[in-house]
Ligand binder design. Sequence first.
Ligand SMILES: [Zn+2]
Length: 216
Amino acid sequence: MQSIFIILIVLVIFFVVVQKRVIKSDELKDSRYKKRAAVLNGQEVSFLQALQEAVGKHGVIMPKVTMTKVVSPIATNKKQWFISNSRIAKSYFDYVICDPRTLEPRVIIELDDGRALDKGKTERQKLLMHVCKSANIPLIGTSTKHSYQVGRLRRLLAAHIDLIEPDQEVRFCKKCQSPMVIRVATQGEFKGRRFFICSRAPHCNYTENYNVVFDE
Ligand SMILES: [Zn+2]
């Protein structure tokens, strides 16, 4: 019994000494760094440029923003907070478009690089969708296929930031060909978002989402 105690004490002393040694050698000057070639890869840069053209001065685009900068957990206790926080701590958003005056996040953009869907990618998409839905931030998924289509990007973004001047965007009703007008939803899931409605309403009930994309 006594020998076990002695062994334990020796072990504890050994670990304390080793730990102190390790901490001692872990000085800041021992860690050295080199500058990376570019902050984003070529594909990401091309997309950023297209996005910049689409957004203009209506938003500030921030690439690769850690999730914890944009959202924070809602939790009733410390444990829950820690669990929720650790889920997002190492993840980032591809692009965050912020209000140019307040820098409040307005839209999240995920750029699909066209890689096959593997476990990691599926997990990321699940997390992204959950986080954005939970925090009520619009999430737009876009593929590198469409990355240079500035007009398309503009339409996708138009529901969330004021990019299209209402009088410049003319649409016609798909049912009766009358011009359509823009209204703001006052209730339901899309409350606060703009949508097109046939000018003959209530005689014609055709509506369109503001961000509907028609590839004509
Ligand atoms: Zn109509």
